[in-house]
Write a protein that binds this ligand. Structure first.
Ligand SMILES: Nc1ncnc2c1ncn2[C@@H]1O[C@H](COP(=O)(O)OP(=O)(O)OP(=O)(O)O)[C@@H](O)[C@H]1O
Length: 262
């Protein structure tokens, strides 16, 4: 891509998907997806079960590469760079595009090690003191520092579910990603822990590009600025979240948010 075109693309969107098709064997799971995802904001993916939200999310950090039957076609670029280019190292890509899963999945190690692991393997700290600073800063950004600063050597798995999920967010944040993908990050959490994670998303959104899959329309309305609605493998509408929930353009979006299906 010529340099000027690349700069223009960067200003408009962080992530740009063109004509994306995804197949699991013969099953055509995503059809002709085109979307521009804006930087430093939250985009929510909504839609009924099985419509392809998680499949598309996993395209953005090439997690689908780990599924043998899965084939991705089309183009997905971050800052104008094709992430499916053979020159791109998926491990480096996943440091730039972090992911938080549905179920909190801390490593069976200490709280400190959970956060330090990524910065250490990516060589982000020159010494122990720099690593300590990165760990403290990531835990602060994840709103967990005050709760864990006196027990950094305790196992991450000993925290409550909500704390474990914030630890996973700290782990993602610690490698300074540009994009954070969240696949139903609150589905295993109670309302209080959910509120804390939503507050955290709100606080960090200006520093990252966040894409969140959610089954909760209330959550999409609370945390996101843009919302994309998927249905039967198609991206049917992408709009400002306020408009999406008050006056959507597509009848299928209207039916879904009114609870007529899904
Ligand atoms: N590993 C896989 N192998 C085969 N088919 C799959 C695989 N993962 C997903 N699919 C299929 O692809 C389609 C889209 O699934 P996906 O999980 O992306 O939907 P979703 O909208 O995230 O659903 P949910 O909200 O239930 O998590 C579904 O028909 C699903 O059965």
């Amino acid at each position: 891509m010529p340099a000027t075109t690349k700069v223009a693309a960067m200003n408009l969107s962080k992530i740009s998907a063109r004509d994306v098709q995804v197949y699991y064997g013969d099953k055509h799971a995503l059809k002709d997806v085109n979307i521009e995802i804006r930087p430093r904001s939250v985009t929510a993916f909504i839609g009924p079960s099985g419509c392809g939200k998680s499949t598309f999310l996993r395209c953005i950090n090439r997690m689908n590469d780990t599924i043998a039957s899965c084939r991705v076609e089309g183009n997905i670029a971050i800052d104008g760079e094709d992430i499916y280019d053979p020159k791109v190292d998926p491990v480096q890509l996943r440091a730039k595009v972090g992911m938080v899963f549905q179920k909190p999945n801390p490593f069976p190690k200490s709280i400190y090690e959970n956060v330090a692991y990524g910065p250490r393997i990516h060589g982000l700290a020159r010494n122990k003191s720099e690593l300590d600073d990165i760990v403290a800063s990531a835990l602060q950004k994840a709103g967990l520092w005050n709760e864990v600063k006196d027990r950094l050597e305790s196992p991450g798995t000993g925290l409550s579910g909500g704390q474990q999920q914030r630890l996973c967010i700290a782990r993602a944040v610690a490698v300074s990603p540009e994009v954070i993908l969240m696949d139903e990050p609150c589905s295993a959490l109670d309302p209080i822990a959910t509120a804390k994670v939503e507050e955290l998303i709100h606080e960090i959104r200006e520093n990252f590009t966040i894409v969140i899959v959610t089954h909760s329309m209330q959550q999409a309305a609370r945390v996101s600025q843009r919302t994309a609605m998927f249905h039967l493998g198609n991206l049917v509408e992408e709009n400002d979240t306020d408009k999406m929930f008050t006056n959507p353009d597509d009848q299928r979006t209207q039916d879904y948010i009114m609870g007529r299906f899904g």
